[in-house]
Design a protein around this ligand. Structure first.
Ligand code: AMP
Ligand code: MG
Length: 489
């Protein structure tokens, strides 16, 4: 029977490929043995204008596996160079390819990238590949972040490649199809500043303005405005991470997107017991990217971005430095503003009092002192269900609770309004390490995706406070304080 010609819905443009040649290398994916769809994001596909029915198929898998180039794609690997754990290195897409930019039915432009698609000129010693576990992990966490209302890259599909790759052991290979506002990173600017001519740097800055900040691209001080806008976006983003206890794990400058989206999920995780020193990445031996350090590191990374823009900020170097420093100085204030408004919402505050900051910090100190679970403590406060919670019965917490209740009394909103406000800001469920690991283990070693689908379903509306979520919020039996993820590569 002859099949009707079905439209795939690909509507790709390739504006990145029109940047100066130094920013990328054109190349196709390295084909894989037998791409097989492990998971496909139907809702996301539809919102991108893709035909989910047609692309959730073997033909779709051939695209996500890199064996078939979709109509209109001009695949390329992006060049970048940045600071990894404080050391400057030449980087670039060593295992990823930008297929092109999908223009959605809403007229938005999003990158479609394959991650794990084989070697490129930027692979250095690497094999250009990724394993099933870490790619599924990125799928789960990025979709959970999106559901939490936090700007993030998205995951369209994961395919297994039918090939094994060598890590600590042999592991099945996989490719993730990632969707992002763009993949322009702080490290893309660092690359331009280090190896490009000033025209290249300007071309990148103009491209970024056009793509992400069209409202300011005509301004006379547009490069300063660009820096200021990125600072604003990052201040808001990191405050959101802190609000839900998310630890990125590898905040290198190549993993900071200019768009303000969370990007590059490697050894990331959500904090269980509140402790600002929490680190999950096995490679972060110094705690550089610990939970409590994330705002400082963001500021540090933004200072690196500012340095790259100096030649565009003022022709006099001293004045350029002054302009950049003034912009960077805004970060901590902006961050604190976002953090405080997020934390006020978490404890049900609508109005502002000067002492709120102290009240919130005291609660966090109590949580740290008593090793209280971050998410569950806020859920208990939200529901007024303190019985059985980690802080219940601690005299210092009881004393704090009295002051908190008094503070709630000094605003006009009803008890019910307060609860609703808190529910909207305190997730009932997060992707807990043990749940994620369990889902990955079942999927990777047993080909059983049911646990992962259950987890994804529970995470789809984390503020819903359903009975299933309450069940899921119960702490892991063996809460392993030395939990580490080894998923960066
Ligand atoms: P990441 O830690 O994922 O942000 O990657 C840091 C750098 O290493 C980037 O330039 C990646 O493209 C590169 N990279 C990571 N894994 C591999 C791999 N398996 N093969 C080649 N390059 C890689
Ligand atoms: Mg990276």
């Amino acid at each position: 029977m002859q099949q009707a010609k079905l439209e795939t819905g690909w509507n790709l443009d390739n504006s990145y490929a029109r940047l100066p040649q130094i920013f990328f290398t054109s190349q196709g994916a390295v084909p894989v043995e037998s791409p097989k769809l492990l998971i496909f994001n139907t809702l996301l596909a539809t919102s991108l204008g893709l035909n989910a029915e047609v692309l959730n198929s073997e033909k779709g898998a051939a695209v996500y596996g890199g064996n078939l180039t979709p109509e209109g794609a001009e695949p390329l690997a992006q060049a970048y160079a940045g600071h990894q754990f404080g050391n400057f290195n030449m980087l670039g897409d060593g295992r990823a390819l930008l297929l092109g930019e999908q223009i959605t039915p809403q007229g938005e432009r999003v990158d479609i990238q394959l991650k794990g698609s084989g070697r490129t000129p930027y692979s250095r010693g690497g094999d250009g590949r990724a394993a099933v576990g870490p790619m599924l992990r990125e799928y789960i966490i990025s979709e959970a972040m999106h559901a939490l209302g936090i700007p993030t890259t998205r995951s369209l599909a994961v395919v297994s490649t039918g090939e094994n790759i060598v890590r600590e052991t042999q592991r099945p290979g996989a490719i993730l199809t990632r969707v992002a506002a763009s993949h322009i990173r702080v490290a893309t600017f660092q690359y331009a500043a280090r190896w490009g001519a000033i025209e290249d740097l300007r071309a990148l800055a103009d491209y970024t303005l056009q793509r992400h900040f069209p409202q300011i691209q005509g301004d006379e001080d547009r490069y300063l405005r660009l820096l200021q806008e990125v600072i604003k976006l990052q201040a808001a983003l990191i405050a959101q991470w802190q609000r839900v206890g998310f630890i990125h794990g590898v905040m290198n400058t190549d993993n900071m997107a200019i768009s303000g989206e969370t990007i590059d999920y490697g050894p990331c995780a959500f904090m269980d017991a509140y402790n600002p020193g929490t680190v999950f990445s096995s490679i972060d031996t110094q705690g550089r990217y610990a939970y409590g350090n994330q705002p400082y590191i963001a500021g540090w990374n933004l200072a690196r971005l500012a340095e790259t823009l100096l030649p565009l900020l003022h022709e006099d170097e001293e004045q350029a430095v002054q302009i950049a420093q003034d912009a960077i100085a805004q970060f901590s204030e902006l961050y604190h503003y976002h953090w405080l408004s997020g934390m006020r919402a978490k404890i049900g505050l609508f109005n502002e009092e000067a002492e709120d900051d102290t009240l919130i910090k005291e609660l966090l100190e109590l949580m740290e002192k008593h090793s209280a679970d971050y998410t569950n403590t806020f859920v208990a406060l939200t529901l007024g269900a303190l019985e059985g919670s980690d802080l219940n019965g601690e005299p210092d917490f009881t004393e704090w609770h009295v002051r908190w209740q008094a503070r709630l009394g000094r605003q006009s909103e009803s008890k019910d309004e307060v609860i609703q406000h808190m529910k909207r800001n305190n997730p009932a469920v997060i992707p807990r390490n043990d749940r994620v690991e369990e889902a990955l283990e079942r999927a990777e070693n047993h080909g059983d995706y049911s646990v992962m689908h259950q987890l994804l379903a529970i995470l789809q509306d984390p503020y819903a406070y359903t009975p299933e979520q309450a069940e899921n919020a119960i702490l892991p039996v063996s809460c392993d304080p030395s939990y580490r993820t080894f998923c960066g590569t």
